[in-house]
Design a protein around this ligand. Structure first.
Ligand SMILES: [Zn+2]
Length: 435
């Protein structure tokens, strides 16, 4: 048999493919060519079949898909620790003030760079990012190999860039045109902040824009009881109903949080095909409540996991999100069979990809984009490994990630970031945050 050339072969103790059958390949390998996975199987087979420019051997490690973070505000790391132990309402009030005095294209780029560094160093390779100056974050992401999905944001009043709603609509068209040119293969996104910061008319305008350019929609929904009361006050109904009436509850919508839902709303979300970004760390830290994840899944809703921003969640840590998703619903149901380790890892990978409409990430299979993490499972906190699903969900932490591969490129090698200078990213973050 002729030997095929590839760019990279990764080998490890196991490959957690997260394919439909849940295949785990012991002593496995992944072969990558031009950013795409071309082979998965036993290392001995792949090393015989392919001739690789580089073979990266990782004994004591497991190879898994990179995490897909379905809700974050990357550059809010500028405000990490600035509003802890307060309600969502107080948090938002403080953030709006801090954002007005701090944000610019330059500071958002600084925040995004450190945020992407944190993501890549913790095995996350894709994120849906809702934040101001989206062009600045996209430019940074392009340098680093990180897959950042974002788009224009809409608030009812003035935005931190000084635009009114009409100005935001105008700027949105310009951003969307640029995004389509830069990433012709990726779907566009529009991001109305929420059903309480926008009027029904404004939500309708955003829907019209989304329909016009065929964009996906990302919004916050039913995060806290205070938000529910405010939405009723401003728009006369609960968030899910307001969004639905505005035509924003669609199979192309991602709702962040979805904590406070009636049975009817759970069914309505599932029937609409809208996905939920479950953000347990942020919901707990802000005392917002616990999303009905088991009920959403029982109804067939698409659910992914998100960290939310570092100001509300503490960290952009998908290991924490996966673990908390696995633990939380056992606790509320008194049922340890709820959200198994495998289920939790799926939520953080393939299910998140599905929530974002991405068919090319979330599993390790031929034809998929080579977005992977190589995770140590030979550490004090992970050994011995009986089940790699369990290791990922219950024992490994973000700092156990040894290598991260994004579109076939090694972006974290032996814990050293390759496309970001970690020291200067941290220095710039501290400088921008204290400005
Ligand atoms: Zn959020």
């Amino acid at each position: 048999m002729a030997v095929e050339q590839v760019d990279l072969i990764l080998t490890a103790d196991a490959v957690l493919t997260v394919d439909a059958a849940g295949t785990v390949v012991e002593a496995g390998a992944v072969a990558i060519r031009a950013g795409v996975i071309v082979g998965v199987g036993p290392a001995t087979d792949l090393l015989a079949r392919f001739d690789a420019a580089e073979v990266l051997e990782s004994p004591g490690c497991v190879i898994a898909p990179g995490w897909v973070n379905t809700h974050t505000h990357l550059a809010m790391n500028l405000f990490r620790g600035a509003a802890d132990d307060v309600t969502l309402e107080v948090f938002l009030e403080r953030m709006i003030g801090a954002e007005l005095s701090t944000l610019s294209a330059a500071t958002v780029a600084v925040g995004a760079r450190a945020g992407i560094a944190e993501c890549l160093a913790g095995g996350t390779t894709t994120a849906l990012d809702m934040y101001w100056y989206p062009r600045a974050s996209r430019a940074v992401a392009a340098e680093t190999g990180f897959r950042l999905l974002n788009g224009p944001i809409f608030l009812g009043n003035e935005d931190p860039e000084g635009r009114d709603f009409a100005g935001m609509l105008e700027e949105a068209r310009s951003i969307l045109t640029d995004n389509r040119t830069e990433s012709p293969d990726d779907d566009l996104w529009v991001m109305p902040h929420s059903a309480y910061t926008l009027s029904r008319d404004q939500l309708g305008s955003v829907r019209e824009l989304a329909a016009e350019v065929d964009a996906r929609i990302h919004t916050h929904a039913s995060e806290s009881l205070g938000e529910l009361a405010l939405t009723v006050q401003v728009n006369g109904d609960r968030p899910v109903a307001v969004l639905d009436a505005a035509g924003l509850l669609t199979s192309h919508t991602v709702l962040a949080h979805a904590v406070h839902l009636t049975d009817d709303e759970v069914a309505r979300i599932a029937a609409s095909g809208a996905a939920v970004a479950h953000c347990p760390m942020s919901n707990l830290k802000l005392g917002c409540g616990i999303a009905p994840l088991p009920e959403l899944l029982q109804h067939g809703a698409v659910v992914g996991l998100g960290t939310d921003g570092a100001a509300s969640a503490g960290a952009l840590d998908m290991y924490a999100a996966v673990r908390m998703a696995a633990l939380l619903h056992k606790g509320t149901s008194n049922d340890p069979t709820m959200i198994s380790a495998e289920r939790a890892v799926r939520l953080g990978t393939v299910d998140g990809a599905r929530a974002l409409g991405l068919a090319d990430v979330g599993t390790i299979e031929p034809g998929m984009r080579a977005d992977l993490q190589v995770v140590r499972v030979d550490t004090l906190n992970t050994s011995p490994v009986r089940d790699p699903w369990s290791a990922l969900a219950y024992t490994a932490t973000a700092t156990d990630v040894r290598h991260t591969v994004a579109r076939g490129r090694i972006v974290l090698r032996d814990r050293v970031l390759q496309t970001i200078d970690e020291k200067s990213a941290l220095r710039e973050l501290s400088e921008a945050a204290t400005r």
